[in-house]
Design a binder for this molecule. Structure first.
Ligand SMILES: [Zn+2]
Length: 581
């Protein structure tokens, strides 16, 4: 090693020149990009992802949705007989995996050039640069590569020295931030503090990437309180991310400053950010050693927060919650990991889980909201014409309340091997035998005789069910929702469409949750193993998958680490907590 600096302090003299004060510039985007491009997923969390874990799943949903509707998938979906129910965690993932078309787009960045594993001297760096044949700036490229492969701090430092020496003492801001990244990654606290001093002297304010790194680096050091000051500075330019709060709260707990931790937690909630599960876990873990009612009540508030926001802990948070409950002196809590039976009873304690049925107040609230937002919303012309809407409402008023509303087109197209009118007739006949009041929603084209639509079969459908045929351009879903909700809480509907678009139309979270709860309890999905076999209906759960308590018990659904759950699915595993009275 011929060229190794003992400390980055030797660089201080390098930052004398005319770099402008950096506010929020393109640097932020650049920085995010350079790490995302690396394809190393866990590094992304360092940087300013506005997406919560739920949102990432939501993005996947789009991909899954596209695959889901491809012709022929439905058969495969129905062949899987191990489905607990349509909304169970992992089901969508299974559905998408069943599709042979799904491809992994793994982009592996492979270079023929080997990254240096030990510090290089100037000549060696010069030589390295000569060998570089790629496009773009060598220094940018090599420093990005070093971040991606988490090169040692010494190697990165030799790069910076070389750049500074041949560049009149100027080191590019991005290069410095990448060096900071490596120092934080390797937990080289003293180096972090040195870079911090340089940045403090050089720039009035930083961009989010640097703030995030400095906060994370400093919180581990004995100058941890300065991380909170950085958070304050950060707030002057923009809202910190949940990761910044996570770092600060974990840091506060590490240094046993409970008040700062709870204040930051409150602040995070008041900004309407969703805390990371790791943050909650840290608070529960710390709670084991704190025998204080005030602290305990705050932890119980976290559980109610999860309930109110329909959030679910992961496996490790569930374990921390269990351990915390069992550590409360004198209360004798006992926790068990379990499942809920189809009947809605907890397999561990036998108690009944809250019903999926909406209360009359909730039902009326949802009904009114859907009528207004989904059906008669601002863009009603795009979905249907006012004339048709009027005709439909008049038709509904002339009918008795329905027991089942059927999305005719969706049901008919469920198996491409079966004639559409035949499939619809099979479903209608099966339900009609049970003396149910049926409504079939269809399109006018279904009444025209053709290969897929036989007139005599459609006549039989009309004998057994009320039918409404909308214009061929109309959307069926709003009619389906209207007819079902108008019939009352007992009425179910059949479609294999998950109606995510409508959920998205319902602007506020409360309505969305009610809609999801109502949908889980009212949507019947058809299953048929093969075109010739019997039709069965996938059961809808009778209980609500939500964090709940009776005072002496808690039931907490949680996500398993290895099961990927989409945003419209619910977990299947539960933590049951009972107090021995
Ligand atoms: Zn239980």
């Amino acid at each position: 090693m011929t060229f190794c600096l003992s400390s980055i302090r030797s660089f201080s003299k390098l930052w004398k020149s005319k770099l402008p004060c950096l506010g929020l510039g393109p640097g932020h985007f650049y920085l995010s990009l350079f790490l995302t491009d690396c394809g190393i997923r866990n590094q992304q969390r360092w940087f300013f992802l506005k997406m919560s874990p739920q949102n990432t799943k939501a993005t996947n949903v789009l991909a899954a949705k596209v695959r889901f509707v491809k012709k022929g998938d439905e058969d495969r979906i129905m062949q899987n007989s191990s489905h607990p129910h349509l909304f169970a965690a992992g089901e969508a993932k299974k559905r998408s995996q069943m599709n042979a078309h799904s491809k992994d787009h793994t982009l592996l960045l492979k270079d023929n050039i080997q990254l240096p594993t030990k510090p290089l001297n100037s000549e060696e760096w010069d030589k390295f640069k000569e060998d570089y044949t790629g496009k773009g700036n060598f220094e940018n490229w090599i420093s990005s590569q070093m971040c991606c492969s988490n090169s040692s701090v010494d190697v990165a430092k030799s790069l910076l020295s070389w750049v500074a020496a041949k560049n009149n003492g100027i080191v590019d801001y991005n290069l410095l931030v990448r060096y900071l990244y490596l120092c934080v990654f390797h937990k080289q606290t003293s180096e972090v503090i040195d870079v911090y001093e340089i940045m403090k002297a050089r720039y009035r304010s930083l961009e989010p990437g640097a703030y995030t790194l400095l906060i994370r680096g400093l919180i581990q050091s004995d100058r941890w309180r300065e991380a909170f000051q950085l958070l304050e500075d950060f707030k002057k330019v923009m809202t910190p991310s949940v990761n910044n709060y996570d770092d600060c709260i974990q840091g506060a707990l590490l240094h046993r400053d409970v008040n700062i931790a709870w204040n930051l937690y409150q602040e995070l909630l008041s900004l309407k950010l969703t805390p990371r599960l790791e943050t909650l876990k840290a608070l529960f873990d710390f709670g084991k050693d704190i025998k204080d009612d005030h602290y305990s009540n705050k932890l119980l508030d976290i559980l109610l927060y999860l309930r109110n926001n329909h959030l679910y802990p992961g496996e490790s948070l569930a374990l921390s919650i269990k351990t915390w409950f069992e550590s409360i002196p004198g209360k004798q809590w006992k926790g068990q990991f379990t499942t809920i039976q189809t009947s809605g009873q907890c397999s561990a304690c036998g108690n009944t889980i809250e019903s999926i049925q909406l209360s009359p107040e909730e039902y009326d609230f949802l009904k009114e909201k859907i009528m207004r937002d989904v059906i008669d919303g601002g863009d009603q012309y795009r979905k249907t014409t006012p004339q048709e809407l009027k005709r439909f409402v008049k038709f509904i008023k002339s009918c008795p309340p329905f027991d089942v509303v059927i999305d005719g087109l969706n049901v008919a197209k469920m198996f491409h091997k079966v004639r559409e009118s035949q499939m619809l007739l099979d479903v209608v006949s099966l339900l009609a035998k049970q003396n149910l009041q049926l409504l079939v929603l269809g399109r006018k084209h279904m009444l025209k005789q053709c290969a897929q639509w036989r007139r005599h079969e459609m006549e039989k459908v009309q004998e057994q069910a009320h039918c409404f045929f909308a214009d061929n351009i109309s959307e069926d879903d709003p009619f389906l929702l209207y007819a079902t909700l108008n019939s009352g809480n007992h009425c179910k509907f059949i479609t294999n469409d998950l109606m995510r678009d409508h959920k998205a139309c319902l602007l506020d979270a409360k309505t969305q949750h009610l809609f999801f709860k109502w949908q889980q309890g009212h949507q019947l999905a058809i299953r048929r193993v093969s075109p010739r076999s019997h039709i069965t209906f996938q059961h809808s759960p009778c209980y609500d998958t939500i964090v709940q308590t009776t005072g002496d018990s808690w039931h907490i659904p949680y996500d398993e680490d290895l099961v990927e759950r989409y945003s419209y699915e619910v977990p299947t595993k539960w933590l049951c907590l009972q107090r021995k009275v």
